[in-house]
Design a binder for this molecule. Sequence first.
Ligand SMILES: Cc1cc2nc3c(=O)[nH]c(=O)nc-3n(C[C@H](O)[C@H](O)[C@H](O)COP(=O)(O)OP(=O)(O)OC[C@H]3O[C@@H](n4cnc5c(N)ncnc54)[C@H](O)[C@@H]3O)c2cc1C
Length: 461
Amino acid sequence: MHCLRNVRRVCCQPHGTHPAAPATSCTVPLRFQVRTAASGNALIVGGGFAGLAAADVLAKAGLNVVIVEQGRGLGGRMCTRTVTLGSRGERVTFDHGCQYLTARNPLFGAVLDDLQQRGAVAQWGLGQPVGTAHLAEDGTVDMSSFAADASKALWVGAPTNSSVGRALAARCGPRLTALTATQVEGLHWDVGRGMWTCRARPTAAGGSGDDASHARLESTSFDIVVTAMSSVSTARLLSSSSSSPGGEGGSSGSGQAHGSLAADVVAAASEVQSNVCWALMVALNKKIDVPFDGALLSRPDPEGGAVPLYGPIAWLARDSSKPGRPLVAGGQGESWVVHGGPDWSNTRRGAAPADVAQELLRDFAHLVQTRISADDVIHMEAHRWNNAYPLNPRPPHPPTPLAKEAGGGESGGGSAAAPLAGYFMIRPEMRLGVCGDWCKGPRAADAYVTGWEAANALLRL
Ligand SMILES: Cc1cc2nc3c(=O)[nH]c(=O)nc-3n(C[C@H](O)[C@H](O)[C@H](O)COP(=O)(O)OP(=O)(O)OC[C@H]3O[C@@H](n4cnc5c(N)ncnc54)[C@H](O)[C@@H]3O)c2cc1C
């Protein structure tokens, strides 16, 4: 990975021609005016698992890849809040988003193997303290119902979940430039030049972006763009993006915008709903006596329905039990992450974080049948995940002939024989790929597949 100043501006004329294209002129459909993919510039918007998967594929194919992330670090919803406690000077960490990773598909299984070798992930719950439990009628946890999930290995970041995003970026090698704390506000497709530019602004997050790197980003032309965000962010960004006839003199955002950009993608993304998830992060100076370190909590459905019935709290994790986490209160205490249930969280979408934190702490104490007084709390805060995970992910669409040619897919390994499954969207004439967990399912491993597929499909154009 290197910094943005290394990104070169590429020539706006095609460098190469697809064998099937008769000539490289603007009258030829742009999908055939293919530059040698391995020599161009690619912009990826969003530094989560989908974006990092796409970056890996494109950088290894030889493109110069710039990944732009509005947060202060890479990894997206798999991240860590680190708090230094004033009077104690003690560092406490909370993995407040994605909790753990599993090898849900062979492609991601291979990535996990590599991350393990790099020391970026470690197994959690080896003694089987992570699983599911039922809520009793009175809203407490029915401790006797706890069932460990022994069916799969659970992987967490080492030493924290933030390490995973950094390690995924390191896998991409020197062709990747990551610009954090930078929000892409709009994309611009210049039809005549067949190139992309973007508008960006620094965010308050504090990261690798500075004024000079934003200016360089905005003056760079890109051959390929991949959007790798939640469905809501995808629809928002593409709705505020534009295209212009461009050509001579057309450049960054200056061309006359006409039509809406990728209206079909905006429509598809707008159909995917996601729920709010409130996360409580609490450090205590005492330990909670429950027979698990992590539990998904639900009520048995009297009608035997497949969808779990969640209460106010859907997930509890003794975060300090994850490998390598700092001791809390010199080992006398613990850190916990508590996730509100979907319905509970959705109805508190507009609530103040401090109120939500108090409410979740009260429910947590009731749930684990432990008195937690203000004196027991060393640190407490709540974070609202606005688009926690997709409720109705987009089904795969039938692969186009071009996408079919690309190898790998969920079978992993990049075999040229295996078709892509269609967990992405693509606008071939613009070399625009669209991915994110909403194109497949509500897990990090799903998001990774979408980015991997979108990038491979683009390379075949
Ligand atoms: C509370 C919670 C618990 C979860 N638990 C698990 C779990 O245990 N296991 C599991 O596998 N999955 C879990 N998930 C789901 C998993 O985290 C996601 O499915 C996955 O991380 C999504 O990856 P992504 O790349 O699609 O999106 P994201 O991770 O959201 O990445 C998209 C990135 O794009 C950035 N972005 C958005 N707009 C812009 C813009 N305009 N400019 C620049 N950057 C932008 C965002 O800041 C974000 O970092 C959980 C999610 C949440 C919220």
